[in-house]
Design a protein around this ligand. Structure first.
Ligand code: BG6
Length: 490
């Protein structure tokens, strides 16, 4: 994370899939803020590509409405004018060679020092795009290619895409996005661990009993039914976001804040996770799909009733799994990971449970699985709570659980760029630290392979859960087997 890396030269930023959900909801609003807060971005030109819109003005009117919606009261007409002056639109079909010839002429006329291609499309068309970029020599020179997740649907598909992309671009020009790495709170995990003295001596199997990582969402699949049907929670969230968070919690200190030093340490962790046999996967994984229920007092339909979802769909909207990290620091410590749609609230949280004291002279707090716990909230609030046992006043030796709360947003009272804004600026500056390397990505797919196979061979292991609940019944049993509980149940 070379925070001070400066932008050098003129760049062109080409956005494939500019009419898609991700571009309109996340990327373009993030670019609007990037332009607003980084004057050097005015050295660039942005070309939005899409095959469905022909009228440039209409397209940018749509973009503006999304930016207004995302920025709410913060929309500024002058900034919009500045933003708009840096953008143009081009109709392009990834399968049409002639469209790339037009794109090439447009790019050459701009005479950029750096060419950036952001592929916010289905990974199915990555090979076509890369083929045409190569055919037109647009991959040559100082270029960067950005790939959205999920990259492939399994290990062999990911390897195939990686090979195609790597034939056209060197690895240090490939930016594989996992937007969780752009979140301030996630980067703060490293600062907490490696910028402080007091946590690290406790950060191991001797003191830590278990780690829970939860990414919960109250939303369903909105208008993404067709996309989600082919993907499911494992590919959408666990293969990438959850495993990356696990790496940040478990990794050794990198020797420096350089992209490869960080990525080498993450890779070691991924390689330390033993691959499950079929039976182990069955014992340690729970797949769920939401049934109808209530969220925030509103009735919501079952996944099977969502638009573009197949009648008997077996796509999981929830997954929980237990993993081990077999190395000296973590041997025997369970890492419980879970994510789901239509859970009671939006939340990303890491819970570190510490072991009990070796010899209790007090009565430990009642109903507390572990008297000492560190709860790191990544969203919606960026805060941390340290649970401890304290003696309440009076003649008692029965301890009570109390907590020390630290609110990062309040104490570090500065503007927090969104994850995408941060990552887009890093791409433009050429900083790879917060992007996933090929070997990391493939290792993550290897860990997921037994789970994917289990689900494919036994689609009926999918359990229904009520929308608004914390997931299928068995997700609780998974922890009970270890005499543990999910944090919200304690
Ligand atoms: C995306 C998934 O990667 O992350 C979505 O494709 C999910 O399904 C989203 O909703 C969650 O991101 P965040 O930043 O809102 O937690």
């Amino acid at each position: 994370m070379q925070f001070s890396k400066q932008l050098s030269g003129k760049f062109v930023f080409v956005l494939f899939g500019a009419t898609g959900d991700l571009a309109l909801n996340k990327l373009l609003p993030a670019l609007y803020n990037a332009v607003r807060f980084n004057p050097s971005l005015a050295q660039g030109h942005f070309i939005c590509l899409g095959r469905s819109i022909t009228d440039e003005d209409k397209y940018f009117a749509t973009v503006k409405s999304y930016i207004e919606k995302v920025s709410q009261t913060d929309f500024d007409a002058d900034i919009w004018q500045k933003f708009r002056s840096l953008f143009s639109f081009l109709k392009l079909d990834a399968q049409t060679a002639a469209d790339f010839d037009i794109l090439k002429r447009r790019i050459e006329a701009l005479q950029p020092d750096v060419k950036i291609y952001y592929l916010s499309t289905s990974p199915k068309i990555f090979p076509d795009i890369v083929h045409h970029l190569t055919r037109t020599s647009l991959n040559e020179g100082n270029t960067r290619i950005v790939l959205e997740k999920p990259l492939g649907s399994n290990l062999s598909a990911a390897q195939k895409i990686n090979k195609i992309v790597q034939n056209a671009f060197p690895e240090d020009q490939i930016y594989r996005i996992d937007h969780y790495l752009g979140k301030e709170s996630v980067q703060n995990l490293m600062a907490l661990r490696f910028g402080n003295r007091f946590l690290e001596p406790l950060w191991n199997r001797i003191h830590i009993r278990s780690v829970q990582i939860t990414i919960a969402e109250d939303i369903g699949i909105s208008s993404r039914g067709a996309f989600y049907e082919d993907i499911g929670a494992l590919r959408d969230m666990m293969q990438n976001h959850l495993l990356q968070l696990l790496c940040f919690i478990a990794m050794e200190p990198p020797y420096a804040l350089t992209p490869d030093a960080i990525r080498d340490e993450k890779l070691k962790i991924l390689r330390s996770i033993p691959l499950y046999t079929h039976d182990e996967a069955l014992k340690n994984t729970i797949f769920g799909q939401y049934a109808e229920g209530m969220i925030n007092g509103q009735a919501v339909p079952a996944y099977l009733k969502e638009a573009e979802v197949k009648e008997n769909s077996k796509t999981e909207t929830y997954i929980a799994a237990k993993f081990l990290v077999s190395n000296w620091r973590w041997a025997g410590v369970p890492f419980y990971l879970r994510t789901g749609k239509r859970l009671p609230k939006k939340l990303a949280e890491i819970v570190i449970s510490f072991r009990s004291v070796p010899h209790n002279i007090f009565m430990p707090p009642l109903n507390a699985e572990a008297p000492n716990k560190l709860v790191i909230n990544l969203q919606p609030h960026d805060d941390m709570r340290l649970y401890m046992a304290a003696k309440p006043p009076g003649a008692t030796s029965q301890l009570q659980q109390v907590s020390l709360n630290l609110n990062f947003t309040k104490q570090l009272n500065q503007r927090r760029p969104s994850a995408y804004e941060r990552l887009l600026c890093d791409i433009i500056r050429g900083d790879l630290s917060l992007f996933v390397r090929q070997d990391e990505l493939e290792e993550a797919w290897k860990i997921m392979t037994p789970l994917l196979e289990l689900k494919e061979k036994n689609p009926d292991i999918l359990e229904a859960y009520r929308a608004g609940s914390w997931g299928p019944e068995s997700s609780h049993v998974l922890l009970e087997k270890d005499r543990a509980k999910w944090h919200e149940e304690q």
